[in-house]
Design a protein around this ligand. Structure first.
Ligand SMILES: [Zn+2]
Length: 367
């Protein structure tokens, strides 16, 4: 192992796409497929509600304005959010509008759940491939809990993803994700390491306490491992994360029925001191990083707020040694290069690669 360094990994949708979660422009099509396959029967009305909002509700509008929300689920969610704010969306009444906002959350979360298949081998559900490899790299590189400081690299992960593919993989390698929330994650078994996993848009396994408003992470894996399936012929396991919200309680009350996720365009409208604390922690992590690696995050317009968080976050005395962008799209490389200042630009390198192929770069960095 080389000189001890602090590395911050920034993960975007491209990282979870590798595990089966659709990219933002593929969500509506995936939901339609899952609906036709009967995999979303439990929330069929909600899914149809959102698909209607994406298309039929806006049809009369097209003669007077051009609002295209069918391509990208985040654009659709922005439109719904504005609709709730101004109390106007197609012909919907107020109740139907508020229901639509809830439907949008259920739509996002259930589509994610049913898209991320955890492969079953020898009776056990395993982490998805690239997150598994990443978690193994992190587990090898970082300092064991309780060992003296100065050993191992320091790694933090900042992620825009709502799914729990990363956390289940870390858990599998005995790394405890510290979400930076006041309420710590409930899970069984031993952990050898702990790293920060800062989820800037919330998570499908977070609930909000209906009494005090605290954000409470629910169980990561019900049986300590992931899940065992003795003798099953099923190929994949789809973790029913949302079900745990009704089973977990905060000290003073039950959790709200919907997960705490905050799509990017909702940032300003959601007042949550704990989420703001996570953003502050992310800025602090960026400021103290010697290496920053961006994986599958395209710096979309909807996440404009991240540009400011990044720019203000990296302003610090810590010398940034490397700023790497791993992404197949050269436009993404250009966007990040434009974001870097004169000093950072000298450390900037972009590699046209998918997450699965970029893992070697991360492994080399954390050697
Ligand atoms: Zn509470």
């Amino acid at each position: 192992m080389g000189v001890r360094m602090k590395t911050v990994l920034i993960l975007g949708a491209g990282a979870s796409a590798d595990a089966g979660v659709p990219l933002m422009d593929g969500f509506l099509d995936r939901a339609r497929e899952l609906l036709e396959g009967g995999e979303l029967n439990d929330c069929k009305g909600r899914i149809i509600d959102v698909l209607t909002a994406a298309h039929d509700d806006l049809l009369p509008l097209h003669a007077k304005a051009n609002l295209q929300v069918e391509g990208n689920v985040e654009d659709l969610i922005s439109a719904i959010d504005m609709g709730v704010l101004i109390q106007k969306y197609g012909e919907r009444d107020s109740k139907s509008l508020n229901d639509l906002r809830d439907s949008a959350i259920i739509f996002l979360c259930r589509t994610i759940e049913q898209s991320m298949g955890f492969p079953i081998r020898e009776g056990y559900a395993h982490p998805t491939q690239s997150y598994d490899a990443l978690a193994e790299i992190v587990a090898k590189a970082t300092k064991p809990i309780g060992s003296p400081s100065g050993i191992g690299h320091e790694v933090s992960i900042v992620t825009f993803n709502y799914d729990i593919g990363l956390e289940l993989a870390l858990r599998y390698h005995n790394v405890l994700p510290d979400y930076g929330l006041k309420t710590k994650v409930v899970t069984q078994g031993q952990f050898s390491r702990q790293i920060k996993v800062l989820k800037l848009h919330g998570s499908i396994n977070w609930g909000r306490c209906s009494v005090c408003g605290a954000i409470v992470p629910t169980v990561l894996a019900p049986q300590g491992h992931i899940v065992s399936f003795p003798g099953t012929t099923q190929k994949n396991y789809y973790f029913p994360v949302l079900q745990y919200l009704s089973k977990v309680k905060h000290t003073d009350g039950a959790l709200e029925p919907l997960p705490f996720i905050v799509p990017p365009t909702w940032n300003k409208t959601i007042a949550s001191p704990e989420l703001r604390s996570i953003w502050q922690q992310a800025a602090a992590e960026l400021g103290s990083a010697e290496n920053i690696v961006v994986v599958g995050f395209s710096l979309p317009d909807t996440d404009r707020f991240f540009r400011y968080l990044f720019a203000l976050g990296v302003m610090s005395k810590t010398r940034l040694r490397k700023f790497l962008v791993l992404d197949p799209d050269p436009n993404v490389h250009r966007r990040f290069e434009a974001l870097t200042g004169s000093v950072t630009r000298g450390r900037f390198a972009a590699t046209p690669t998918l997450f699965s192929h970029g893992l070697n770069t991360i492994r080399d960095l954390l050697r």
